[in-house]
Ligand binder design. Sequence first.
Ligand code: AMP
Length: 423
Amino acid sequence: MKVLVVGGGGREHALVWTLKRSPRVTEIYCAPGNTGIAEMATCVDINAEDVDSLLEFALREAIDLTVVGPEAPLIAGLANRFEEQGLKVFGPKQRAAEIEGSKALAKEIMIKYNIPTAKYAEFTDTKEAIAYIEAQGAPCVVKADGLAAGKGVIVAEDKETAINAVKEIMEDKVFGASGDKIIIEEFLVGEEVSILAFTDGNNVVPMVSSQDHKRAYDNDEGPNTGGMGAYSPAPVYTPELDEIVYKEVLVPTIEGLKAEGREYKGVIYAGLMITEEGPKVLEYNARFGDPETQAVLVRLETDLVDIIDAIIENRLADIEILWKKDPAVCIVMASGGYPGHYEKGKVIKGLTEANQVGVVFHAGTAEKDGEIVTNGGRVLGVTASGETVKEAIANAYQAVDKISFKDMHYRKDIGKRALDRGL
Ligand code: AMP
């Protein structure tokens, strides 16, 4: 079977690595891929958002299955276009993927189908938004409606920050048209957990839980990032919580989407805040999350292609999905300065040695004069397993210790919260 993976970050490296283990897969292509992916797949120089060229490539190469990593091509309708041409594709169609593409839509669906979430109000007018903040006070959370590369959410501790966020999003258009509409949400307090689930539109099967670390520095300090590390399972996610989330979040989400004519097939991600009142949904993603995917997929035992087939053929309920018991930890190694300004082109050493201890997924790397160099903010996702979370953390940091590049920075406390819970 010839498979095309769309995307080129750590998540896609983990997807390629997982698909490579399937005896059913004979060839893997990845568009655009990256230096690490190139060691196990043929990289194709097509941007992940260039749906026309991807479609042309898939038809020309008679690709048997396309697996989509990032959200933008899904929201642009990649799955619709591929299906129209008779190509098999894993990822939700446009109207379903809009649950990530519009935060206002996600909120409407949550309210309509009684899915627990923060209280909110929606605005297209700056003055009205500011008046609302003046009346409601802070803390509150200001969110651009559309996609903003993970940066469109401002958690404002005071009114001034909230009002500035509204002006930047709606007037200065720092996120472009994504900020034509905003939502302002009640600030929730609790621990965050991510739940990824497979769904064929009728049945929904949660994956093992995970928790990521969004802030740049230890002890959850510093600016928000795309994610500095993750571990799976998340001990805050107890079996009781698992049952509540399944019944009160996952099932009504999938049923609600179906009732709205937005049948959802693929991977759905719910970012949850575990509050004193119970779990509340912060956001949905229409695909695997990054870096949670790295920690989750290394635990998958069942052939991912079998799961994908079952989803496409509406028989997810008939297959058993097995996971390894051993916890896994992913530590992101970033360029100095990330998530702000950073330099590229620093030579990376020690990858072979690190790969003997764990698995090194590449996120932002490139090849230059025969050497592997940094080429992005998040550079590597160093992942390892162990019999306990403690052991997985130790193994992952042992692999990290083998790697060096100038100005590298990574958090030293990934998984600490799990240890604090006595695991
Ligand atoms: P989102 O992209 O909506 O998940 O938001 C990004 C991050 O902002 C989340 O991971 C939370 O840390 C934070 N956040 C979002 N919404 C809220 C909220 N209502 N209350 C507190 N924190 C939030």
